[in-house]
Design a protein around this ligand. Structure first.
Ligand code: ADP
Ligand code: MG
Length: 339
């Protein structure tokens, strides 16, 4: 009797995982930006061409990688961020699954240059379709640069499925804004087809929001602040008169990670009850800090959904806090730049 089950070769497994992690250029942007944040960068530069279809490059001044790690980082389940199962309940980093780079390298041409701060020289690794084609010692600045070219070169169906440059660029900008808003203390630049789209100096929360969305945003923002046993909430909601027909400027960050939650969105909308014109949606930028062991981030590869231990309490706290802030906004000054 011959058996029929076999283990898939790594490059096939990587390509399958890539289907989940990398949907479009914006997914690569998210993973590379988050890796740069996790590397402790103080400045991060994003460069794209043709909405990321031909080039996505992220350059950081973070801790860099040595020669061995510069190869290892492309292995599946290779991560420096967790080592034991318990670590999953104490996550302090954006990454932990160790699959982003393996996935990206399976479906694109990737060039990595990296140098640790204490090292004299850096390493360059070129990997295409999961195969390392060259590794050399090179002169490089401290930190790391990943260039991802020809995304989906070996999956024509995926490549053809990509939307127009305009649509893909919108997705890239969304991911960029989410990371930039979550990390106001890091300087971000974004170069699109050779021209600068964003240049965001390190700053406080309010100034970062204003730098991303434009000067007029400042007068719209009402500060929100509350500390309870289960959550610390801070951030801003826009005054009701600035609510928009389109949904858009609505951001929840949980422990510095952008997340989507229809349930919490409802809590915010409920706080605006009676204040909004029909069919308009409030804008908000809300930063929630919870004990890492009270949330589960590991429910989807892209980590934009989260499970909370006590979602109902969170709902009640958010709603009450925002209601309170809105009630106060016309009596207390809101143009305080130091908030
Ligand atoms: P994860 O982020 O889940 O650990 P990745 O595949 O994204 O998985 O990255 C694998 C590893 O490569 C990381 O754990 C980290 O050690 C290293 N790495 C990736 N990007 C960078 C970077 N910009 N600077 C330094 N190290 C990096
Ligand atoms: Mg990662």
């Amino acid at each position: 009797m011959s058996s029929v089950i076999r283990l898939l070769p790594d490059h096939v497994a990587n390509q399958i995982a890539a289907g989940e992690v990398v949907q479009r250029p914006a997914s690569v942007v998210k993973e590379l930006l988050e890796n740069a944040v996790d590397a402790g960068a103080t400045a991060i530069k994003l460069v794209i061409k043709d909405a990321g279809k031909t080039l996505i490059q992220v350059i950081d001044d973070g801790k860099g990688m040595n020669e061995i790690d510069a190869r290892m980082c492309f292995e599946r389940h290779a991560t420096s961020k967790i080592s034991i199962a318990e670590d999953l309940f104490q996550l302090q980093t954006k990454g932990f699954r160790g699959e982003a780079l393996a996935s990206i390298a399976a479906i694109a041409h990737v060039e990595l240059k990296s140098k640790e701060h204490t090292a004299e020289l850096g390493t360059q690794v070129i990997i295409e379709g999961s195969k390392i084609t060259s590794q050399e010692i090179v002169v490089a600045p401290s930190g790391t640069s990943f260039s991802v070219k020809n995304l989906f070169f070996n999956i024509p169906a995926r490549r053809n499925f990509l939307k127009s440059d305009q649509v893909e660029l919108r997705h890239v900008i969304d991911e960029f804004e989410r990371v930039a808003l979550a990390h106001n203390n890091i300087q971000f630049t974004f170069i699109n087809n050779g021209s600068e789209m964003f240049n965001l100096p390190a700053s406080n929360f309010r100034q970062r929001i204003v730098n991303v969305f434009g000067g007029k945003t400042n007068e719209k923002l009402v500060p929100v602040q509350e500390t309870t046993e289960i959550v610390e909430v801070h951030g801003f909601v826009a005054k009701p008169e600035f609510a928009k027909k389109s949904r858009g400027e609505q951001f929840f960050f949980v422990n510095d990670r952008f997340i989507k939650s229809g349930y919490l969105h409802h809590a915010v909308t409920a706080a605006f009850e009676g204040l909004l014109k029909d069919g308009t949606h409030p804008s908000y930028f809300l930063y929630l800090t919870l004990p890492p062991n009270s949330i589960d981030i590991n429910i989807h590869p892209t980590k934009t959904e989260i499970k909370f231990d006590d979602e109902q309490a969170l709902y009640a706290i958010l709603r009450a806090t925002i209601k309170h802030s809105l009630g106060q906004f016309n009596v207390s000054p809101v143009l305080d730049f130091q908030k």
